[in-house]
Design a protein around this ligand. Structure first.
Ligand code: NAD
Length: 484
């Protein structure tokens, strides 16, 4: 199936931190693919802005290498790559000083769409925003893109929002969460709100419970010291898992517009109940045959930070009263897999004699690997021999199976960057959403810190600590198997 590509208007995209890891691994390879697809018009330019003393030729060489390494199959298109590189420029700049700003002011045009990607540490956001205005570069229509982490608690997130608000309106700010750029996440909304089949069942009359799992096989090696200050709750739950929870649980927005969708997501976050600490399980991976323990990776033998978390939460509204939402995420788990599962209730009564099995419809929405959905339905086992029932998956795999992680993430980035250029904020987090998410997570974190809660050890390559299994078993339910 050939998808229709609509070119976006000409733009100048300035990437602060354009020589950094994120820019080289994800942002630029993603832009290259959009260029190849014909979405980027001839007049558009990408300007790297970072501390390294490079000229445009040096920057193009750096990006050519990055695209070759991280750009997948498309990077073999040498002619395409050379044409893409022609759109690149570079300014050596100091976010904290005056160096480079004159040159940037000369380069950035005022008559095309301007976007400034802040791919730098959040501590630099304020200075960048201020200097963009002091040097008359940004205007009332410019857009800025900011990366996670957006604060580490409510107080810091609020301070960041206030800093940005001094220079840009909320309409200009794009807080990126690449989970929202995934094909499946958008399809989740299409399936929910584009079909008559699902919405009538999407409530506590028919749904038994919902599970959200984001399992990673990687350790925190290489960024252990950084991760140790954050942990799974801050690094994954507060942003990615809560965003997924919002999309699955929100009321139908009146239209597919940025504020209509984000208003509904915000209501979900505000309706989340406090969680009793018995319904939270935190874990740390132990040492295994192929790697050190979390504490060794974090270089902190007394670390109480979690590399795994599982929890049961409830949304206090009419739709979801009494329906548990089980969330879990962790490092060094048995497979890399992200999945949302909606488990529907049992049939009240079976009409089929001798059928004691419990048949349940299960809708599973896979974010990775192999983005897609399947719906487990009950049918008659084919062949003679009476009415025996079996459960089979009705496969709704819609995205091409891209297979490798870099590709999937790049894919999400490129989609979101094009949304920035189009001025579509639907898949970006609004300031009040981020604050509400921290307002919910802060007391939970403070709770376990006050209790000096020690995370439970789990074997690398497992599904997390035993207590996480018990969290569900106690309720007469079980987690879905984590399959890569
Ligand atoms: P990095 O350390 O690899 O790169 C930092 C970039 O910022 C470099 O280009 C550097 O030149 C530039 N820089 C630093 N100080 C500067 C200054 N004073 N003036 C101008 N430029 C300056 O970092 P990264 O991994 O690319 O991450 C960038 C941001 O994205 C961070 O906020 C990070 O938390 C976030 N992020 C990164 C990833 C990832 O996969 N790398 C994922 C999610 C979020």
């Amino acid at each position: 199936m050939v998808s229709r590509v609509i070119p976006v208007d000409s733009f100048d995209l300035v990437i602060f931190g354009g020589t950094g890891d994120l820019a080289r691994r994800k942002i630029l390879p993603g832009l290259f693919r959009r260029f190849l697809s014909g979405q980027m018009q001839e007049g558009s330019r990408i300007i790297g802005a970072a501390r390294s003393e490079l000229d445009a030729a040096g920057y193009r060489k750096m990006i050519a290498e990055a695209v070759a390494e991280f750009g997948g199959e498309e990077a073999k298109n040498k002619k395409g790559l050379a044409a893409f590189l022609d759109h690149l420029d570079y300014v050596a700049i100091d976010a904290k000083g005056d160096g480079g700003w004159d040159k940037l002011a000369q380069l950035v045009r005022q008559d095309v769409i301007q976007a400034f990607y802040f791919s730098v540490a959040p501590s630099l956001f304020g200075e960048l925003a201020q200097r963009l205005h002091a040097n008359n570069i940004a205007n009332a229509k410019s857009r800025i893109v900011v990366e996670k982490p957006f604060g580490r608690d409510l107080e810091t997130a609020r301070a960041l929002n206030e800093t940005l608000a001094e220079h840009f309106t909320e309409r200009q700010i794009y807080r990126i969460d690449h989970y929202l750029g995934k094909e499946t996440v958008q399809n989740l909304m299409a399936v929910r709100f584009g079909n008559v089949l699902f919405e009538p069942l999407w409530n506590n009359h028919y749904v038994d419970h919902i599970q959200i799992t984001v399992a990673e096989t990687v350790s925190v090696e290489g960024r252990g010291a950084y991760y140790d200050k954050s942990g799974a709750m801050r690094d994954m739950v507060q942003n990615h898992l809560m965003q997924l929870l919002c999309l699955i649980a929100m009321e139908p927005p009146s239209q597919f517009g940025a504020d209509a969708v984000r208003d509904e997501k915000l209501k979900v976050i505000r309706a989340l109940q406090d969680i009793d600490h018995h319904h939270i399980v935190r874990g740390q991976y132990d040492a295994g045959p192929d790697g050190p323990s979390y504490r060794d990776d974090a270089e902190n033998p007394r670390s109480f930070t979690e590399s795994f978390i599982a929890m049961r939460c409830h949304i206090a509204n009419w739709r979801w009263a009494g329906v548990p939402f089980y969330l879990r995420t962790g490092k060094r788990m048995k497979a890399r897999s992200s999945e949302i599962t909606v488990v529907f209730k049992d049939l009240g009564h079976t009409i089929f004699e001798g059928d004691e099995a419990r048949h349940r419809n299960i809708l599973s929405i896979r974010l990775q690997p192999n983005e897609g959905m399947d719906l487990q339905v009950t049918i008659k086992e084919p062949g003679p021999g009476g009415m025996r029932l079996i459960d089979v998956p009705l496969d709704m795999t819609f995205a091409e199976a891209l297979g490798d992680e870099e590709h999937e993430v790049t894919d999400a980035y490129e989609r979101l960057i094009m949304d920035v250029i189009r001025g579509n904020q639907t898949l970006f987090m609004r300031g009040d959403e981020v604050e509400a998410a921290w307002a919910w997570t802060d007391p939970l974190i403070e709770g376990w810190e006050a209790r000096n809660d020690v995370p439970k050890l789990y074997d690398p390559g497992s599904a997390g600590p035993e207590d996480a299994m018990m969290l569900m078993h106690r309720d007469g339910r079980r987690w879905r198997d984590i399959k890569g």
